[in-house]
Design a binder for this molecule. Structure first.
Ligand SMILES: Nc1ncnc2c1ncn2[C@@H]1O[C@H](COP(=O)(O)OP(=O)(O)O)[C@@H](O)[C@H]1O
Ligand SMILES: [Mg+2]
Length: 164
């Protein structure tokens, strides 16, 4: 299901701005959402995830989960940060508890880097964020699309990320 009002694309000109976009999105999340991060190596997925953590009130430093596949952080809502880069099959997702985290009660937020490797594994509601490089070295286009988000959430998110 795709909301009629997506997607929304914005430009980020610095890593700080990408973190800020994540923070603004994270501040609005209610729990239960999966944040799907898609884009090549170095496009800003981890930076954005660090911002989401800040927006969720996480005080710990968020690092790339590439080698561990998954890390959990505690803020106003729990955050499970995944990186599918090294996963070779959807079976692995089962063994790292991915599906349990998505269905957790009380609801947490699941952030997934390289989410396009196993798109079928993601449960709605989903906030998809796609990153593209260039033209300048510190330019990133950041495209947000909603999928089954709670009423009002997408409108609020779209407004926040388009605010300078
Ligand atoms: N506008 C930008 N947004 C995000 N990162 C940027 C930007 N400009 C430069 N960078 C740099 O690009 C790299 C992004 O790294 P990271 O977020 O780990 O990417 P990924 O997780 O997608 O591999 C960092 O070194 C960061 O400093
Ligand atoms: Mg990363």
């Amino acid at each position: 299901m795709n909301e009629p009002c997506g997607p929304v694309a914005v430009m980020s000109h610095s890593p700080e701005r990408t973190i800020e976009l994540g923070r603004r999105a994270g501040a609005l999340l209610r729990g239960g959402e999966t944040v799907s991060l898609i884009g090549e190596l170095g496009s800003g997925k981890t930076r954005f995830a660090q911002g989401v953590a800040q927006g969720l009130g996480v005080k710990d430093i968020v690092v790339s989960p590439t080698f561990l596949i998954h890390r959990t952080y505690h803020g106003r809502i729990a955050l499970h940060h995944f990186d599918f880069y090294r996963l070779t099959s959807e079976m692995d997702l089962e063994s790292v508890g991915f599906f349990d985290f998505q269905a957790e009660n009380p609801p947490s937020v699941v952030v997934v880097e390289w989410a396009d490797k196993f798109p079928e594994a993601l449960d709605e509601p989903i906030l998809q964020v796609r990153f593209h490089l260039g033209p300048q070295e510190t330019d990133r286009s950041v495209q947000f699309s909603p999928c089954g988000l709670a009423p009002g959430l997408w409108e609020a998110l779209a407004g926040e990320v388009q605010t300078p």
